[in-house]
Design a protein around this ligand. Structure first.
Ligand code: ADP
Ligand code: MG
Length: 236
């Protein structure tokens, strides 16, 4: 589904991502793990066409460079950014409507209503709070809202940047339950996480990013059992 070859991202003279090659098969949940500053967000932003990048980014057989950033949702790609990016002064439901703006033109109000119904079925907490301002939600609820908003565009590929960041352990579990359900519903997921254990427990495969380069890759259970991963990322 996604085939990335030689991806490089630079900020001025700083090379944040140094020519990495990886892929995501349709239906997979793939984790990209690495320490703070390893280049995870830069990789996702390059995929979401928010940063200029070098290399080949093939998605469903075509180069992402051929798409304008605003065409990504229509192409079935959605990014949940680091820090969530919900609109604090809009209500939960208004945030979800924003995520559906591409549907409004395409399929009209009915599609939006169906999207809301799906989001609320998956995350009942959001339904209870649908008239509440997003800025007054807990961190975990905001993360769920950010995921729900991304799902309103009915993506086939969901890019998640550090969904566990800053959340209490119980909320982290809930957010990851949602991620597993999204994947079970057939959405392909590329999950970026500093929390390697959590990410690899949810993932089929993983890639380890170190200083902008891929150090190694394997099936997630094997990475969890790998002494190099245990020593550097699992605190064992
Ligand atoms: N806007 C920016 N300007 C300059 N350097 C940046 C910028 N964003 C990120 N970097 C640098 O790029 C590297 C990778 O950052 P990032 O992709 O955010 O890593 P991660 O998400 O893995 O923590 C870091 O060294 C970071 O300081
Ligand atoms: Mg990051």
């Amino acid at each position: 589904m996604l085939e990335v070859t030689g991806l490089a991202v630079s900020y001025g003279g700083i090379r944040a991502v140094k020519g990495i090659t990886f892929h995501v098969n349709a239906g997979e949940l793939v984790a990209l793990i690495g320490a703070n500053g390893a280049g995870k967000t830069s990789t996702l932003k390059a995929l979401a066409r928010q940063l200029p990048a070098v290399g080949s980014l093939r998605y469903e057989g075509r180069e992402l460079a051929e798409l304008a950033p605003h065409q990504l949702i229509g192409a079935g790609i959605a990014l949940v950014p680091e820090g969530r990016g919900v609109f604090a002064r809009l209500t939960v439901e208004e945030n979800l409507d924003m995520g559906a703006y591409s549907l409004t033109g395409r399929a009209g109000r009915q599609a939006v209503a169906q999207g809301l119904e799906r989001a609320y079925a998956l995350m009942p907490r959001l339904k209870e709070r649908r008239r509440q301002l997003a800025g007054t939600l807990s961190g975990g609820e905001q993360q769920m809202l950010a995921i729900a908003r991304a799902l309103m565009g009915e993506p086939r590929l969901l890019l998640l940047d550090e969904p566990s960041m800053g959340l209490a352990p119980l909320m982290v579990q809930k957010v990851f339950e949602v991620i597993r359900e999204v994947r079970a519903a057939g959405v392909t997921v590329l999950l970026v996480e500093q929390n390697a254990r959590l990410a690899l427990q949810a993932a089929d495969r993983g890639y380890v990013l170190e200083s902008g380069e891929l150090a190694f890759t394997d099936d997630a259970p094997r990475l969890l059992a790998d002494p190099r991963v245990q020593a550097a990322y699992l605190g064992e």
